[in-house]
Design a protein around this ligand. Structure first.
Ligand code: BG6
Length: 466
């Protein structure tokens, strides 16, 4: 198998990390707007309202809102075939529960999609990328509450109808599986646990609501435009057993159950044995409505998109639970402690394709690193080129040698944007440098790095130049 000429080479972003203009033209607050910046290893502080004189990285981010034309022209110069972005839910419905959408918000995305169309760049649009409106969190308890299914469906219906001739590829929830993996599923589900609640129950209930919402909008989207391709999105945590001990292999299986939990339901349309076993492991319960079985069955996704950054190594502890081994001796770590593992990407593609036999889409991969501007004013980011090149090579092997169907490769943070994990700017992923620091200083000017010219050649040669 070869890489098709219509392979989607490009890059990916998310509104809250990129757009800024956090209250402009009627946008409401979302969960990212009250999150402060931090450092590697230090948890980001979340406020329940905006505090005066505190710096919040999302408020200005890197100002795509006002600079989209310049940025899209740069993406076009690199030869992008596709660009992943998210619609900020609170730009369309500032509180999340209105009946009438915010026309200025809708117009902004019209302009962005029209600009992308000018250069034949396919928009790949995430509907919910860590951007739940604050009001839904504070008034309704976020995805704990079944009402969120209706609010989300109405928001999706609004944007599906509005952009039905401008957008074909949609992604529902970003990294939905992190709802179960993270100790605090704030980004994924807008949830901060209360002291008196059973965490397992809350996670299962919120996940169920999100899975029903996912299936509902997949079905709805196909009705609105049968040409829509609607995919799910997971963080794929390729996992190795720490040794060849059968117990450690079992640890891998157990460790990955939460990830297959979501993908199974979204791809197969029902709670599989992996899911029901996971309920028991977690010791949680939740209620399903009678109609949910049919909704899940009828709303399966067209493709699986996923993020891939690192791999994890696990062993089984005495309680028969998987535990993460701090360091895999065969892998280097980035400055942010993430293992670098190109072969892990090939393995991920194989594992996912073997299990689901659905087209796969790599919608995030990249290296977060500190970039220095040299005496000539250039950024020689050879480390980024090496990282991306080695990963793309393995992806190509998965396509050519393993016959895995891959729709495209979108590098994360194709322009420097705010980091989710830390709120930093210094953790840069981009081909394009943005003049802004962690305190918010900088003139936001854009500058191509060495990797910009390298990626242009990769795209031009359809992956032959690496
Ligand atoms: C993914 C998210 O988890 O990882 C992105 O979907 C995020 O939004 C990316 O930016 C990289 O993480 P970080 O913490 O380096 O920004």
């Amino acid at each position: 198998m070869n890489i098709n000429n219509d392979f989607f080479w490009g890059g990916a972003t998310a509104a809250h990390q990129y757009e800024g203009a956090y209250l402009e033209d009627g946008k409401g607050l979302n969960i990212a707007d009250v999150e402060r910046g931090s450092r590697h290893g230090v948890e980001r502080k979340i406020d329940n309202q905006i505090i005066e004189n505190v710096y919040y990285p999302s408020h200005e981010a890197v100002d795509f809102y006002h600079r989209y034309k310049e940025d899209i022209a740069l993406f076009a110069e690199m030869g992008f075939k596709a660009f992943r972005m998210s619609i900020s839910w609170a730009r369309i419905f500032p509180n999340g529960d209105e009946k009438i959408p915010n026309e200025s918000g809708l117009e902004f995305y019209d302009k962005v999609f029209d600009e992308l169309a000018k250069y034949n760049i396919e928009p790949i649009v995430t509907l919910s990328h860590y951007e739940t409106p604050m009001h839904l969190v504070q008034q309704y308890g976020s995805w704990r509450n079944r009402k969120l299914i209706d609010f989300f469906t109405y928001y999706c219906e609004t944007v599906f109808r509005r952009y039905k001739d401008k957008v074909r590829y949609w992604i529902t929830f970003n990294e939905i599986n992190e709802t179960m993996n993270k100790a605090k599923p704030y980004h994924q589900a807008g949830i901060i646990f209360k002291d008196n609640e059973n965490k397992a129950d809350v996670v299962l209930k919120a996940s169920h609501n999100m899975l029903v919402a996912n299936a509902t909008v997949v079905k709805l989207g196909h009705r609105i435009n049968p040409d829509f391709k609607i995919g799910c999105m997971i963080q794929y945590p390729m996992t190795y057993p720490a040794s060849s001990k059968p117990q450690d292999n079992l640890a891998k299986k157990l460790f990955m159950m939460p990830d297959y939990y979501y993908a199974d339901v979204m791809c197969k349309g029902y709670y599989t044995n992996t899911c029901t076993a996971q309920w028991e492991r977690m010791g949680g319960t939740f209620e399903q409505e009678d109609e949910d079985t049919l909704i899940l069955k009828e709303g399966t996704v067209d493709f699986i998109s996923f993020s891939y950054y690192f791999t994890t190594t696990v062993k089984l502890n005495e309680e028969q639970e998987p535990v993460v081994v701090k360091k895999n001796p065969y892998l280097e770590l980035t400055d942010w402690g993430w293992s670098v593992d190109p072969i892990g990407l090939r393995l991920s593609l194989n594992e996912l394709y073997d299990r689901y036999q659905l087209p796969l889409f790599i919608v995030e991969n990249g290296l977060g690193a500190i970039d220095e501007i040299d005496e000539n004013g250039e950024i020689q980011d050879d480390y980024r080129i090496n990282f991306l090149s080695s990963h793309i090579k393995e992806m190509i092997k998965a396509i050519k040698e393993d016959h895995v169907e891959v729709l495209g490769y979108l590098s994360w943070g194709c322009i420097d944007i705010v980091s989710v994990g830390t709120g930093e700017m210094r953790k840069r992923y981009g081909f394009i440098y943005v003049d802004k620091d962690d305190e918010g200083n900088g003139n936001l000017s854009r500058k191509p790095k060495k990797s910009f010219y390298w990626y242009k050649k990769v795209i031009e040669s359809n992956g032959r130049y690496l």
